[in-house]
Design a protein around this ligand. Structure first.
Ligand SMILES: [Cu+2]
Length: 150
């Protein structure tokens, strides 16, 4: 288990609120929608070292989907963290898989599960799109998008 100290920066990133959102549906095979991605968002930050990413993922399939790995061409590394509160301290625990049961929705949001986008290759501006690829335990790949917004 790895614990990450929650810096002031992360805390302020969690407080951003935005009305803009984007929705994408993904059809990996047989034109059958299995995952629906919506409200993908990266709060705008002057820093490139680390940015947070939020999204909603709905699993409409009859199987549980387990993501094992996420990558983005725009970042050196993409991690999944969960914010946990213990002894009055907030910390972030890295998650090595994301389980989305059949017919359920997982929300990546401030104070819960979130993406940590590490080391942006280029500084991102408001309105730009971050593309993330998630790979499942069955080696299926899903691309989804998060919009950079203030
Ligand atoms: Cu984090």
């Amino acid at each position: 288990m790895t614990l990450y100290p929650l810096s002031k920066y992360f805390l302020s990133a969690f407080l951003f609120i935005s009305a803009s959102s984007i929705a994408t549906s993904v059809t990996p095979e047989k034109n059958k929608i299995t995952l629906i991605f919506s409200q993908g968002k990266v709060p705008l930050s002057p820093l490139t070292a680390v940015m947070a990413g939020y999204i909603k993922i709905k699993n409409t399939a009859s199987d549980t989907i387990i993501f094992k790995k996420f990558t983005s061409p725009q970042f050196s590394r993409v991690e999944v963290h969960q914010t946990i509160s213990k002894d009055n301290m907030l910390s972030m625990q890295q998650q090595h898989k994301v389980i989305i049961p059949s017919h359920s929705t997982i929300e990546f949001k401030s104070g819960g599960f979130h993406f940590m986008l590490i080391q942006a290759k280029h500084r991102l501006k408001s309105g730009q799109i971050v593309t993330i690829t998630g790979e499942t335990s069955k080696m299926k790949k899903y691309n989804f998008q998060l919009r950079v917004s203030p």
